[in-house]
Design a protein around this ligand. Sequence first.
Ligand SMILES: [Zn+2]
Length: 554
Amino acid sequence: MHRTAWIFAAALALGPAQAQEPPATLLTAARIHTMDAARPLARAMAYDADGRILAVGDPATLAAQFPRARRIDVGDATVVPGLIDAHAHVSGLGMAMMEADLTGATDKQEVLRRLQAHARTLAPGAWLVGRGWDQNDWPERAFPTAAELDAVFPDRPVWLSRIDGHAGWANGAAMRAVGRDLAGTWQPDGGKILRDAAGRPTGIFVDNAMLLLDQARPALDQATLERALSLGMQAAVQHGLTGVHDAGISLDELRRYQRLADRGAMPLRIYAMADGDAAALEALCRDGLYRHPSGRLQMRAVKLYADGALGSRGAAMLEDYSDDHGNRGLMVMSPEALAVASAKAKRCGVQVATHAIGDRGNRVSLDVYAEALGAAAAGDHRWRIEHAQVLAAADLPRLAAMRVIASMQPTHATSDMPWAGDRVGQQRIVGAYAWRQLRDSGARLALGSDFPVESVDPRLGLYSAVSRADAAGKPAGGWMPQEKLTAYEALRGFTLDAAYAGFAEGELGSLAAGKRADFVVLAEDPLAVPDAALRSLQVRATYVDGQPVYQAPR
Ligand SMILES: [Zn+2]
C-alpha cells in the first residue's frame, strides 16, 4: 500500500486524535527537580513520542490533560535533568578502557604488575599502552625512568601517559621507534624531553614532546577508534550523563561520530570542539557550524591550548613555581598563535574554548579574548576558559566582566589538593579552583570531569563540589572550604549552565515544556542527602529524548 494511503487507513481505524498524536508518555516520581526557576519542583512530566516535553506539573492535572498517555511511575525515585559533562574526552575514555589502567597505583611495583598482566593480552611485539600513573601517589614522588620499564620489557615498546595526559613515560624500545636521536639539548616547541646529566632522554616526555612517541605508534584502525567512542559513550550514560562536551577532536573523529549518529548509535549528545587551529576549524569556517539532524552531535566550538598542567609543572605561571625555582611552566600555543586562531574563530562565528591552567595561561587567554572580541565581549559569544584553574586576583573578575564562561572540574581540586599548594604557594593558591569566588563574581560555571583524567562519574564531581574533600572525607571540613558550592549550584553546573556553555539551554539542562526529555532517575534526592551520600547516589535509569539509554540491572 502507498504510504499516504496506509496512514489514512490507520487514521480511520484509530480515530482522529490518536492518529494525529502518537501516544505521549506521562512520567510520575516522588520529586522532579526541574532546574526551571518557574517551577523548581514537580511530580509529573509528559513528553511526546519525539521526546519533547509537553508539560511539567502534578500527576492529577497531567493525567487529565493526557488521558491516553503511556504511564511510567518511578515510585520514590527522584528525577533530575540529564547531567552534562562540560569538558571530557570520549575517545580517551574508550581508549583507556582498552589500555592498561594505572590509575591509583601507589608504587612503581604495582604499575609494573599491572603492565605485566595487560601485556599477557597483547600480541608479541605490540605496543603496550597505558595511562593514569601519577608519581605524586608513589613514596618517592619523583618521575620514573625508561630503565625501570626496560628491566621488565626490554623489547616490547611501552608508552604510558600520566594521569593528567600532559606527560608520558616511555621505555627504550618505544624511544627507539621514534626514529630520531632524542639525546642532546634540542627541545620540541611547546614540549620538553627530560634528559640526564649526559644529555640522554630519561624516558619522560612533557606536553608537545609526547607527540614524538604518539606518532611513532602504529596507527589504530577505524573499527578500534569507533569502538573507543562507543565504549566511552556507554560508560557516560551508565553514570547518568546525557551529554558530553568533547574537548578537542579532529575532523576524522567528527566523521567517526557522524557515522555512529547516522546509524542511530549515539546514546547521548556530543557537543564537540574542533581540536586546535587545524582541519576541523577550517571545515567550520568553510562549511558553517555543524549539527547532525538527530540532534545528538554538533560542532561549533574550537579548543585552543594556552598551557600545560600543574601536576607536571607545565602550567604557565606569572612567577616561578614555588617548588621549582626558575621554572614558570610553558605556553603550548604562543600568545600570537592563540590570537590568530581566536580572530579566525571570531570571523567564522565559532565559539572559543581555551585550555588555561596557570595564572599566566589564564591571563594570556583573557587578553587574547579581549583583543579578538573587542566590543563583542559584551555580547552573547559564550567563549570559555577550560579549567581556569589558577587565577591572579586581578584576573578573577575579568571572566564575569567579559562574559567568559568558567568551564571547571570539581574533581581536579580534590585530586590536586595534596600538592597544589606546594606548586603555587600560599598566596597564589587563594585564586586556585576558586569556584565560589568566580560564581559570586557573576561568572557562569559549567562543570565537568575532564574524563579520563578523572572518573567519568559525575557523582564524584557533585561530591567534590560540595565537600572539597577526598573519598574519605579528608580534610575534615574540606580544603579551602570557602570555595564550596551548594548541591543545587553543583547540579546547576552539570545541567543548565553546562547546557548554556553549549548554546543549548533553550533545549536542554532543565525540564520544562518545549525542552528535550533528557533526564536521570536517581534512587535518592541529590538535593536532600548528606554530602557524603552524593558519591553513592544510585542511577536507576538515564533517558535521552524520552528513551531509556541506560537502565540499572534490578
Ligand atoms: Zn581536557
